[in-house]
Ligand binder design. Structure first.
Ligand code: XIL
Length: 319
């Protein structure tokens, strides 16, 4: 419906899952992940991040990212690539270096060119800059911003456009799903800043790490996406969707969660620039939520015993 091209699920590499102490149930997991009728798109949750791709200055390693890129190819899925410039999961050397504007510019260009260049032609889209905004909608005071100001954003998009001209280039963030939030205004400012500078940006990625208790309405999503589209980006997408629940999980909260997933799905079918929805993995035991938000969980679509959440039916009905 509308512009919708895919419904997908992000996944980690098996090596990462094992290092996190998770080993069971891969067969059933893989059967769902690989099924093209379940998911038409995937994103590596970790493997393409700076930490893995450039562990030492100018030394590149594509092994982890390649696992998910190959999986996308072998199972006929679109690949969203994530993320070129982000303040988290940086290689330690990036954080310990004393940068000047010149050396940091060169490091950003080298990183983006090498990583986007490596997967050239294989990424439907790249999250070029991730989470450049603070909670109050101003720029996050990352090392990139501290040394270069907003110039680092332009630089990253320019280098990505040069390295992989066919990939859609996205600004990606969380908390930018509601039309009136200061952070959403911040994301609109970034789009406008790039457009005014003549730098290509094709899309805004709304991570959509939502909470079942207090989730955006369908109209919120439509209004937010319409406002991004009005700035001239040809695409918007839900890039990391999950809807966490405060433990204990019960029927009421699962119904709120289903409503939240439904709102995203219905809204995406109503806005022609909305190209797709990616859930940030699909199997609760592999979710980042319980690790990052203690006391919260069950944010994805399949419970530990592989029974589907009520949200699955809600989404299927919406498409
Ligand atoms: C998360 C991964 O899922 C975790 O495995 C990792 O430990 C931390 O990062 N925003 C993003 C994603 O853009 O890259 C993050 O992924 C979740 C928040």
């Amino acid at each position: 419906k509308a512009g919708l091209k895919y419904f997908g699920a992000a996944t980690d590499t098996p090596g990462q899952r094992e290092r996190a102490g998770l080993q069971a149930a891969y067969t059933q997991y893989d059967a769902i992940l690989h099924d093209p009728k379940q998911f038409g798109q995937t994103t590596p949750t970790n493997g393409m991040k700076w930490l893995f791709t450039e562990p030492a200055p100018g030394v590149f390693n594509f092994t982890e990212g390649e696992v998910v890129a190959d999986l996308a190819r072998d199972t006929g899925k679109l690949l969203r690539c994530h993320a070129l410039v982000w303040h988290n999961q940086l290689a330690p050397w990036v954080e310990s270096t004393t940068w000047t504007p010149d050396t940091l510019r060169a490091a950003i260009v080298r990183h983006v060119s090498a990583v986007a260049g490596h997967w050239k032609g294989r990424c439907y889209a790249w999250d070029v800059v991730n989470e450049a905004l603070d909670e109050d909608g101003t720029y996050r005071k990352s090392l990139f911003y501290t040394v270069l100001g907003e110039e680092y954003i332009k630089l990253a998009f320019q280098a990505a456009a040069e390295a992989d001209p066919g990939a859609k280039l996205y600004y990606n963030d969380y908390g930018i799903e509601r039309p009136a939030s200061v952070k959403t205004a911040g994301a609109r400012r970034i789009v406008k800043m790039l457009k005014d500078a003549g730098v290509r940006i094709d899309g805004v990625g709304m991570q959509a790490h939502l909470h079942a208790d207090n989730h955006p309405s369908m109209q919120d999503h439509v209004d937010t996406m319409s406002a991004y589209a009005a700035l001239g980006v040809s695409e918007v997408a839900f890039t990391e969707l999950d809807v966490r629940i405060t433990e204990p999980v019960n029927e009421t909260k699962l119904a709120w969660q289903a409503d939240s997933y439904r709102n995203v799905a219905v809204a995406c079918t109503k806005v022609k620039q909305c190209v797709g929805i990616t859930v940030w993995d699909f199997y609760d035991p592999f979710s980042w939520i319980p690790v990052t938000f203690p006391g919260e969980g069950a944010g994805l679509l399949w419970f530990e015993d592989f029974k589907p959440h009520p949200a699955v039916k809600a989404m299927v009905d919406a498409f």
